[in-house]
Design a protein around this ligand. Sequence first.
Ligand code: PGA
Length: 249
Amino acid sequence: MTRIFAGNWKMHLGPAAAAAFLDRFLQRYDGSADREVWFFAPAVSVMTVAETVRGRAGIRVGIQNVHWEEQGAFTGETSVRMAAEAGATAALVGHSERRHVFGETDAETGLKVRALLAGGLIPMLCVGERLEEREREETLDVVLRQLRVLDGLDADEIARVRVAYEPVWAIGTGRNASPEDAATVHAAIRAELVRLGMPVEAAQVLYGGSVKPDNVGSLVAQAEIDGVLVGGASLDPDSWQRIVAVSLD
Ligand code: PGA
């Protein structure tokens, strides 16, 4: 299965900085049939990124958040159609910062997933437990509850969803889940996706949370880990280059 290396730029890299980043990154990126590189750019940079990577095989541009309504009085929000028009073909949904900093609920992530599918974009649904939930051994309960928003999607729809497992305590902390622990959660997520109707070969589950050039190899070496979603280490072209070039043998 093609592995996905996705960068989540968060609130970094406006249009000028994004263009400078890509200029440097693309000079050394040749592409490779066994992997795809995705960029989740800030809304204002999506168009610049999409235009800069146009024609490059294996690179996808996404947005970090959308609203589920088509249009209207929603100050500060971006619709799916607007994101698509700017060149996005994917979107993050339910990132832990959306959930825990901005109070996004499971009901809202469900609406966003459906709006994205209706608009032809790929939703990358992020799930993950907080530290106190992990300590109470509730990791699988939390993750499975967050996946429940996919209930009721038809077979074609669910096959287009991607999932990123991002333990909240691992995001931006320098503390990644051990590859073995992550793989256990990934296996549970994959089983749930299949139960919900996703064909096994379509079930792609990424790991996110303090992925760096020096730990990416041990993570993607796990058969259960189909790619990575990277925040901090995706912002520097050199570190990103080292991550996406990791050996998959
Ligand atoms: P991090 O962020 O790689 O900086 O931990 C990951 C994410 O939030 O997607």
